[in-house]
Design a protein around this ligand. Structure first.
Ligand SMILES: Nc1ncnc2c1ncn2[C@@H]1O[C@H](COP(=O)(O)OP(=O)(O)O)[C@@H](O)[C@H]1O
Ligand SMILES: [Mg+2]
Length: 236
């Protein structure tokens, strides 16, 4: 293992998550250790209920683990309050979900512009901003700037969601079954696009999936079962 602490973009140490209380308690993650380096591509693999979404939410600071520590760029993320986690997220962590979750009354352009505006509030001024139009061009939707989400196909909506994620200029892109609602050809095109954008922008990518064909695209794979890491990791 070559990763010195400073080479880690994000890490989990002994992370466990218990959802709910009392008899309804579910142990969703147990003693997860994971480090992701800048620019790395990792698949989170596991059946439904294995803890993939919970782990992505922990990595993204949406959920505080019951035990253990999450560090973002060497700083503890899981001990920050909600506002602090929100700032850390805004400064470099973006999500793409199974559903595109676009704002239904906003156009494609406005959905991306909204995220770009949120980003620029937290920004250092000397970094080059890519405008919503250019971002939508990067995902092949130049002709759909004024379309509402309901006027887009599933694949197009997911590409808008990707443009919106890029508007945050992420260093870490967390994808939760990003092709789960797409037919397989469209899904492959979306995954190809994510990889092309990653090659251009260099963000790290953690993608949750239960699809072995998707896992096979990634140089590294963390398999979960019942909240535990199942398989030895395969490194590229
Ligand atoms: N908010 C929640 N409250 C209670 N149980 C939950 C909650 N979210 C997830 N779980 C449970 O935690 C386990 C892991 O869920 P999840 O992380 O969504 O897995 P996956 O994404 O792999 O399907 C499952 O047993 C699920 O039912
Ligand atoms: Mg899930």
């Amino acid at each position: 293992m070559t990763s010195s602490f400073s080479a880690e973009l994000i890490s989990c140490r002994n992370v466990s998550v218990v959802h709910g209380t009392g008899p309804a308690q579910v142990s969703a993650l147990l003693d997860i250790d994971l480090a992701v380096r800048p620019g790395e591509r990792l698949a989170l693999h596991g059946a439904s209920g294995s803890g993939k979404t919970t782990l992505l939410h922990v990595l993204g600071g949406l959920l505080v683990p019951t035990r253990g520590v999450v560090s973002w760029q060497g700083e503890p993320l899981s001990t920050l309050d909600a506002a602090g986690r929100g700032r850390a997220r805004a400064a470099g962590i973006a999500f793409v979900f199974q559903s595109s979750n676009l704002l239904p009354t906003f156009t494609a352009f406005e959905n991306v512009a909204f995220a770009a505006a949120a980003r620029s509030r937290t920004d250092d001024l000397d970094r080059r901003a890519i405008g919503p139009e250019e971002l939508l061009g990067l995902v092949g939707l130049d002709g759909k700037l004024d379309a509402l989400p309901a006027e887009l196909s599933g694949g197009e909506a997911q590409r808008v969601a990707l443009a919106r994620a890029l508007a945050q200029r992420p260093q870490l892109l967390l994808c939760d079954e990003p092709t789960g609602h797409l037919d397989s050809d469209t899904g492959i095109r979306v995954l190809d696009l994510i990889d092309a954008l990653q090659a251009e922008f260099g963000f790290a990518q953690v993608t949750a999936t239960h699809d072995a064909d998707v896992v096979a695209r990634y140089p590294r794979d963390l398999a979960l079962r019942d909240g535990r890491v199942l398989a030895a990791e395969v490194s590229a």
